[in-house]
Design a protein around this ligand. Structure first.
Ligand code: RIB
Length: 339
């Protein structure tokens, strides 16, 4: 039959009422198994496809969730997205993922497109310095949950990790290994994750009586940047014994650079990161890092968002801070133990 098959046609062919067909399509209410089979056979025979827009307008819900992510080429974010998708799909929602490359124009177009599609809610990972205004704009129309990078001045549910403490514990471990001349490669310093990790690094040095100003280089969470800054560190001849990177991709880039220059890791210079992406345990030497529960962050933020969508938006914004875990591996001379 033609593409304009209606729910009425399905009901007639199956010999049931329209409301019974509607219950099968929406998965609501009880339908006898034999009746369900007749309806499903009729849907297949007629090639019926529910009119999603009409159904959405009648229900005031599209059952679609949007996720705005800054860099889906970084393995941290697909893991986080998997947590979001498992949570929303188990409740009958579809996930639309938008990648922004931390560019404000792409963040703007992502918010616009998702609102045009009438998504029921948005999970947002900030990337550009202007993200707060976009989170505010979206949250005026639909519930928004913020993950990983905090967004100041916009009251909405937030799930983060204790970045300060994770970085502090890592630095304390490095000091206990005897490192005193360390270089630090930060993430983009407009992001809360980057600021708090650098703050944790500095605070631990200060609390441990290491007063030498550390060499801090401004990175961007990218592999190539870790590689190029590592080369600059060697060119400068700083006598560094350890390079601390604000994420794993930069740390893996730095390790590759040292190995290309014939510099032993960790025998001549130790390297460590933050995230514990899958590659961290696969590279050689395996990477010491701070594990983030990325999957759990995504799932928890999605659960908080769905609760707000389904039970009303009057709840005051909630903030959940998850704990990171220090993972000691060979790139600092450790042995793969969780500290
Ligand atoms: O590697 C990407 C980084 O951006 C992660 O550390 C995550 O916390 C986010 O801030």
């Amino acid at each position: 039959m033609s593409g304009n098959v209606t729910i009425r046609d399905v009901a007639r062919k199956a010999g049931v009422s329209i409301s019974t067909v509607s219950r099968v399509i929406n998965g609501t209410g009880y339908v006898r198994e034999s009746t369900r089979k007749k309806i499903e056979d009729a849907i297949r025979a007629l090639g019926y496809s529910p009119n999603h827009v009409a159904r959405s307008l009648s229900k005031g819900s599209t059952k679609i969730i949007g996720a705005i992510l800054p860099d889906i080429s970084n393995p941290f974010f697909p893991t986080l997205a998997r947590g979001i998708d498992d949570a929303v799909s188990s409740r009958g929602y579809t996930l639309i993922i938008c990648n922004t490359d931390s560019d404000v124009r792409q963040e703007e177009s992502s918010v616009r497109v998702l609102l045009e599609k009438r998504v029921d809610g948005v999970v947002f990972v900030a990337g550009s310095p202007e993200s707060a205004s976009l989170v505010r704009r979206a949250s005026e129309q639909v519930p928004v949950a913020v993950i990983d990078r905090e967004v100041e001045g916009v009251p909405c549910d937030t799930v983060t990790v204790d970045n300060f403490r994770g970085s502090y514990e890592l630095t304390r471990y490095l000091l206990n290994c005897g490192h005193r001349k360390m270089a630090y490669i930060s993430g983009p310093l407009h992001l809360s994750t980057s600021k708090k990790r650098l703050a944790g690094f500095r605070a631990c040095l200060r609390d441990s009586g290491v007063n030498d100003e550390p060499h801090v280089f401004h990175g961007d969470f990218k592999y190539d940047t870790g590689y190029s800054i590592a080369r600059e560190i060697i060119r400068m001849g700083l006598g560094i014994t350890c390079v601390v990177c604000a994420n794993d991709l930069m740390a893996i880039g730095a390790m590759r650079c040292f190995q290309d220059l014939g510099i032993g890791v960790p025998s001549q210079v130790a390297v460590c990161g933050f995230d514990d992406i899958t590659m961290a345990s696969l590279v050689r030497p395996s990477l010491t890092t701070v594990a983030q529960p990325a999957y759990r962050m995504g799932a928890l933020a999605a659960e908080m968002l769905l609760e707000r969508i389904e039970k009303g938006r009057d709840q005051s914004p909630r903030s959940r801070v998850l704990e990171p875990v220090l993972v000691i591996r060979d790139s600092t001379g450790g042995g793969g133990v969780k500290a």
